[in-house]
Design a binder for this molecule. Structure first.
Ligand SMILES: [Zn+2]
Length: 596
């Protein structure tokens, strides 16, 4: 907490917030409709058909009552644009014409270091490219591209290259440019050899595919061997700018076309992307692995709600792959699977069959449930009871993550017809599965049966955030240590601090000060939920609840200690005076306790 907050004065943050109305800013990203005292819209952070995303101009907060995201305008931008707090502040400062003090900007180490890394990656990409065109070995690679159907335009557009089979060609090149070994290691471009401790190039004798971020800057590299040696592919190690599983290869080129066509084609590898976009399917990106990560899914959701999976038949038919696709459904995406013939990947298919048959496959693509059903039916057969049970078992995880009730019903109906089972039976199995798995609904039930003291803590925090006098009053009667939930304690501590400094309680300031996602969600939820009605009597009641809980806990601890002492005294032959004294004291305390 506080670390990033300290970079900016709270006055500066307040000035930015005053100039940027949360409704205006969020309206730039999604359609908001007036609702009561505020606005509502479809949540951009989870899939939904009816709006549960609320924005309050009065409180300058947003909260989604579907998925729980929430906070102030900075939190929204951090979430939506995938920014750090620093970057979100900077973006809004720029937008609202507030100038950030120059030295604060200079202090932003991270930013400068990132810039240096981008530059370094760019230099390396150019070097690999030179090697592709200007070395004899590079010519082999150009032949390989030809053989795989990758044309010159793609080589150019994707800045493909070749890492020569030298131990230190790139190392020497970059050393001459003034970079230190340490920097090059941090950039993931070189590494220290295990045997001699020498610095060597990370990629050697490999085809190089630069990996770009959304703005088209090089963040890392993928390297493929020219022969059949292993490993076939290696990727840059994690760096400040490259995080495995957070990028989608070629998304920077695909953005426009995805928005136009409103779906993304996901393929497995580099070559699939290169060839597919050569056939004018520009809305394509590669997952670089068959399982999409949640970070990649978040990225996709910024551009579209429909994903078409075009893996080769072996990968797509693999149950592990299919299970991983459930994550996409859970995220509210509409998932379709292209049914490629055996032994074809998208690149082979396009080269051998052409554009039109591929377009046909897209149009005939299966929903994830249908695709799974088809595979499971052919694997287990629908004639025996055992087969049907296995099919249902395989399909239910996908059904269980479907958010849309209408669609779920339709799918259930279809499955029941296919398997000649009653819909009811399938729904009962689904319920049973859901009960056993940790999912949203079970969390929901837990939330609804929170212990009384936790509820009391929540409501009191809500009251404190509403009015200074109430906060002051509550703080006289309760210490932050009296709050049992760590998050509540943190928030109470922040309220106390800001109240002391500014004599006011400002939920915006508290959110920024805590710089904690769960605190932002908690505060926006409390304040945007139905208005808290409070009077002295209600507040006193909740304070009593918390005090009682504390007493009960203390009593439990005392009893526990007494039991231990009692055992000890019984077992030891010689009476220990201190133990006996302590036990007597505990008994006295327990008698004196008064619990309402
Ligand atoms: Zn949501």
């Amino acid at each position: 907490m506080g670390d990033l907050y300290l970079r900016f004065s709270s006055d500066l943050l307040e000035e930015i917030r005053n100039r940027c109305d949360i409704v205006d800013i969020i309206s730039e990203y999604l359609h908001l409709k007036p609702a009561g005292k505020g606005f509502k819209g479809l949540c951009p952070f989870h899939g939904e058909k009816t709006p549960s995303f609320m924005v309050s101009p009065e409180k300058q907060l947003f909260h989604c009552f579907g998925c729980g995201e929430g906070g102030n305008v900075f939190n929204f931008l951090m979430k939506y644009e995938k920014l750090s707090f620093f970057e979100a502040v900077k973006m809004l400062a720029k937008k609202s014409g507030v100038s950030l003090p120059a030295d604060e900007e200079k202090e932003n180490f991270l930013h400068r270091e990132k810039e240096r890394l981008y530059k370094l990656n760019n230099l390396a990409a150019n070097y690999y490219r030179e090697c592709l065109f200007k070395t004899d070995q590079g010519k082999k690679v150009i032949n390989y591209f030809k053989k795989r159907g990758i044309n010159d335009t793609s080589v150019e557009k994707y800045r493909l290259g070749y890492a020569p089979s030298s131990w230190d060609a790139l190392t020497n090149f970059l050393k001459k440019k003034g970079y230190s070994y340490e920097e090059l290691i941090k950039a993931g471009i070189i590494r220290k050899s295990k045997i001699e401790g020498k610095y060597i190039d990370y990629f050697r004798d490999r085809i190089i595919f630069p990996i770009f971020n959304l703005s088209g800057r090089v963040i890392g590299f993928g390297g493929r061997v020219l022969d059949n040696s292993l490993p076939k592919y290696i990727n840059s190690p994690e760096t400040l700018v490259y995080n495995k599983g957070s990028a989608l290869y070629s998304l920077n080129f695909a953005k426009e076309d995805i928005r136009k066509k409103n779906y993304l084609i996901v393929v497995e590898g580099y070559t699939d992307v290169l060839v597919t976009q050569q056939y004018e399917f520009n809305n394509v990106a590669a997952s670089l692995g068959t399982a999409l990560t949640t970070k990649q899914i978040d990225l996709i959701k910024r551009f579209t709600d429909t994903v078409l999976i075009a893996y080769d038949a072996d990968s797509a038919g693999n149950m592990a792959t299919l299970r991983s696709l459930d994550l996409l459904v859970r995220a509210g995406l509409n998932v379709k699977v292209i049914d490629l013939p055996q032994d074809y990947d998208p690149a082979d298919f396009l080269i051998k069959k052409g554009e039109k048959p591929f377009q046909d496959l897209i149009e005939r693509s299966f929903s994830l449930v249908d695709y799974k059903l088809k595979l499971l039916c052919s694997k287990y057969g629908i004639k025996t009871i055992e087969g049907k049970v296995k099919i249902i078992k395989g399909i239910i995880p996908t059904l269980s993550v479907m958010g849309n009730e209408v669609e779920l019903r339709a799918q259930t109906k279809k499955i029941s017809e296919e398997l000649k089972l009653s819909e009811e039976a399938i729904l009962i199995e689904l319920k049973r599965y859901k009960r056993g798995s940790i999912d949203f609904s079970s969390n929901f039930i837990k939330l609804n049966s929170v212990p009384g003291n936790v509820k009391a803590e929540k409501i009191l925090i809500g009251c404190m955030l509403e009015k200074e006098e109430i906060a002051q009053d509550i703080l006289k009667k309760l210490k932050k240590e009296d709050f049992s939930v760590p998050l509540h304690r943190q928030i109470v501590a922040a309220i106390e601090k800001i109240l002391k400094e500014d004599k006011i309680v400002d939920s915006q300031k508290i959110i920024d000060y805590l710089a904690d996602d769960s605190a932002a969600k908690f505060i926006s939820k409390i304040l945007l939920e139905e208005t808290i009605t409070f009077n002295q009597k209600i507040i006193s009641g909740y304070i009593d609840t918390i005090n009682n809980y504390k007493l009960i806990q203390e009593k439990k601890n005392l009893e526990k200690r007494a039991k231990i002492l009692d055992e000890k005294i019984k077992q030891s032959e010689k009476m220990d005076e201190d133990d006996l004294k302590e036990l007597r004291e505990i008994v006295r305390q327990l008698k004196g306790q008064n619990i309402n």
